[in-house]
Design a protein around this ligand. Structure first.
Ligand SMILES: [Zn+2]
Ligand SMILES: [Zn+2]
Length: 437
């Protein structure tokens, strides 16, 4: 086994804290994604929340986890569960999450393994470890508590993507709530997160300092622009993340533009099938089912060619860094009537970011100029600045720990606003333990 060739070494303390409880970020404290948080009290009760890797190029890995027998996996995005196979293989860690997160994990890990092999990124776990991890799941429904030593744990719906959970911990002396990735607004797929009363709130601050455009206004702008491109005879290529965004976009198109010919390609097809198998985690299973039977799923080479004639193609990868979306772009780029509509965040050095910044991107090793119209739409399912503030207030949290955030731009305005609301705010740094007394 390759042992953390790409990770940072751990500095986790040897003994339990002498007072209160300790939180220690292996990753995700002062960065977006790559999350791993160890929580421990004076009795030595220990729990890990998430263990992911950030799928940047090259990826960012959290530091090595200390021995933990139990880990909560909040949701099935790779920046929250990408390193879990290492835990299970090395520490026999049990993974706790919702049944949908457990079902989606296999696909996410296999995809992560495949991408790492193709891109030659180091990975400290291998394919056999995926099987160990799959055997390590203990699944929990929302609002059904279980005991973890002297703590009572409960999962609550987090919005964000289907199956995503917030964790409530009832310790003997206090209640702690960790949001994972969350959104209080409804999306086509999931209902927004509801506040839970807590003394201490760990909240993700991805959108600190930024408010989302009003949802209905953004949806109208999207729908109008799709209709405009189709009316001029063009095809709209919509690169979309497989796990959540692909299904949200197809549902929007089905609801607002049902007369269009929409084709779907990429891993999002398998994700949707699992969503439908776990319909209790969806806001409206019937709506996804109808949208999904309405859209044409691309499954063969001839389907792919047919899709080039479609009104809309929704496909992975969401950041144009590979996947069928690049194949479509390579064919569609010659006809100026076509357009590319981004529906998600485009990380640094990805194809999508390069295209937006420079007008060119690499297609199969060739730097290629793209003159097609590009547009960006904000369909984020992370809480915006104001939603985070309202949520912290509604939870009644005395202490708020802001993590999963850019420490230079997003966190400062959020910390300032939370302090103005009367919370005591903590700003975690990876590798340095914090104590809440
Ligand atoms: Zn995340
Ligand atoms: Zn997420």
């Amino acid at each position: 086994m390759v042992f953390y060739s790409a990770g940072r070494t751990t500095t986790y303390p040897d003994s339990p804290p002498s007072k209160g409880f300790r939180f220690h970020y292996l990753g995700g404290g002062d960065e977006v994604g790559n999350v791993g948080i160890v929580l421990e009290d004076q009795e030595g009760t220990r729990l890990l929340l998430d263990y992911g890797l950030a799928p940047t190029s090259p990826p960012r890995y959290p530091s090595e986890a200390p021995v933990v027998h139990d880990a909560i996996i909040t949701h099935s995005h790779i920046d929250h569960l990408g390193m879990a196979p290492w835990l299970c293989a090395n520490h026999r860690t049990r993974l706790h999450g919702t049944p949908l997160t457990a079902s989606l994990s296999s696909m996410m890990w296999h995809d992560c393994y495949k991408v790492s092999s193709i891109e030659r990124y180091p990975l400290s776990w291998d394919k056999r470890d995926i099987d160990t991890a799959l055997d390590s799941w203990i699944t929990h429904e929302f609002n059904v508590p279980w005991q973890h030593h002297n703590w009572t744990l409960t999962l609550h719906g987090a919005g964000h993507i289907p199956g995503a959970a917030m964790l409530e911990i009832n310790m003997p002396t206090r209640t702690v709530l960790l949001t994972g990735d969350f959104d209080t607004r409804d999306s086509p797929l999931v209902a927004g997160a509801q506040p839970v009363k807590a003394d201490v709130l760990f909240v993700e601050g991805t959108y600190g300092g930024r408010d989302h455009p009003e949802k209905n206004v953004e949806i109208s702008r999207f729908i109008e622009n799709v209709a405009r491109v189709v009316a001029r005879g063009g095809t709209v290529l919509i690169p979309a993340f497989a796990n959540g965004r692909t299904q949200d976009v197809v549902m929007l198109l089905h609801k607002h533009l049902p007369h269009l010919d929409v084709h779907v390609d990429g891993m999002g097809k398998r994700v949707a099938k699992l969503h439908l198998d776990h319909g209790n985690f969806l806001r409206d299973r019937q709506a996804l089912d109808s949208a999904w039977s309405w859209a044409r799923r691309v499954s063969s080479k001839s389907d792919k060619k047919k899709a080039l004639e479609a009104d809309v193609i929704v496909s992975t990868s969401g950041m144009l860094s590979g996947g069928p979306a690049l194949w479509y772009l390579n064919r569609l780029r010659h006809d100026e009537r076509n357009a590319i509509f981004f529906t998600g965040y485009q990380a640094k050095d990805t194809g999508g970011r390069l295209l937006l910044d420079t007008g060119s991107l690499e297609i199969y090793g060739q730097l290629t100029e793209i003159t097609l119209e590009t547009e960006q739409f904000s369909f984020s399912t992370h809480a915006g600045h104001q939603e985070i503030l309202d949520f912290a207030q509604a939870c009644g949290a005395k202490d708020v720990v802001v993590y999963h955030t850019d420490p230079n731009h997003a966190r400062p305005p959020l910390v300032e606003a939370l302090e103005a609301q009367g919370h005591t705010v903590h700003e975690p740094v990876n590798g340095i333990s914090g104590i809440i007394e």
